[in-house]
Design a protein around this ligand. Structure first.
Ligand code: RIB
Length: 311
């Protein structure tokens, strides 16, 4: 693969993840002991930027953090990882985004997000980051920031012909006609179900949901289906990209690992299917470690593991 250093700008959220590993969930009024706990940097946007950075990109973040202990720590984390943080600002009087997360024995997660300062990422921030955004190979967006900012960024990117990958997570009602110009719409099953109003449990369901989204004017949909892989859907094709079987201990952030790495492989010049297969392995590896950003591997390790696969 001919490699070019990808310049990826993530406009999105930064949270601190408080992850509890447990086999049982308390009933109202009940107290139970959890198995273990992990504190780490997270947020779908930040996770995607970290995945992009670890995959070798010149990665930048446009984000807002709170006026608390977590805010400066988040900025320090970006700096330590070499992620451009010139457009990450602290918002006075607001808390940082936090995410209490519960992970069951099979690695499955349940996440509650308190958006805090992420809600203060307004279109003004996009205007300020304009010189950075104009030079991006692609812009990556998720739904943990105001929708108004998403629509504004999509419009900006369209005007400047910059590819956009949009991860509608967590799902919320979205005006599809305002995001039609994006290149990739990347929901998981839950998000696709919430946005289309369809059940998304099987491969056939996923294809039906993808058709609904394409009929609304989206160009390409990549529906991630966890251990069943991902569906690439466009007017021309419906292709399943198989997952890589692994022993998952914590699936949190796997979708972010997939998106951040996919953006890099694509910008480096890989074909769409090759980039998807690689992203699928990158995401699978992340489920074998605890935490979100902490479970992402660096490019050298990834390349070694990729070489060992038969794809
Ligand atoms: O996708 C995983 C992420 O969702 C976590 O890091 C959490 O912060 C929430 O944003």
């Amino acid at each position: 693969m001919a490699k070019k250093k990808a310049r990826i700008v993530v406009v999105g959220s930064a949270n601190v993840d408080l992850t509890t590993f447990t086999d049982e969930f308390p009933e109202p009024g009940q107290t139970l002991f959890g198995k273990s706990f992990d504190l780490g940097f997270g947020g779908k946007g930040a996770n995607q930027a970290v995945a992009a950075r670890y995959c070798g990109a010149d990665a930048h973040m446009v984000a807002r953090v709170g006026d608390d202990l977590f805010g400066p720590a988040t900025i320090r984390n970006f700096k330590a990882l070499g992620i451009g943080s010139k457009h990450v600002r602290k918002v006075k009087g607001m808390s940082s985004g936090v995410a209490p997360i519960f992970v069951e024995a099979n690695g499955q997660n349940r996440i509650l997000v308190v958006k805090g300062a992420n809600d203060a990422l307004t279109p003004k921030a996009i205007d300020k980051a304009r010189p950075l955004l104009e030079k991006a190979d692609s812009i990556v967006l998720q739904f943990e920031i105001p929708l108004e900012t998403i629509y504004y960024t999509v419009e900006f990117a369209h005007k400047h012909k910059i590819p956009v990958l949009l991860n509608p997570a967590p799902a919320m009602p979205v005006e599809i006609e305002r995001i039609r110009t994006i290149d990739y719409f990347i929901p998981n099953e839950t998000e696709a179900a919430a946005i289309t109003g369809q059940t998304v449990k099987t491969e056939a369901d996923a294809k039906r949901a993808a058709k609904v989204l394409l009929a609304q004017g989206l160009k390409k949909v990549i529906l991630t289906l966890g251990e069943r892989g991902a569906l690439l859907a466009s007017a021309e094709e419906m292709t399943m990209i198989p997952a890589f079987p692994v022993e998952a201990v914590d699936t949190t952030g796997a979708g972010d690992a997939f998106i951040g790495s996919f953006a890099v492989f694509l910008a480096e010049g890989a074909s769409e299917k090759d980039a998807l297969a690689r992203a699928s392995l990158y995401a699978a590896i992340s489920t074998t470690g605890v935490g979100t950003q902490k479970s992402f591997v660096k490019r050298r390790r990834f390349d070694r593991l990729w070489k060992k696969t038969k794809r």
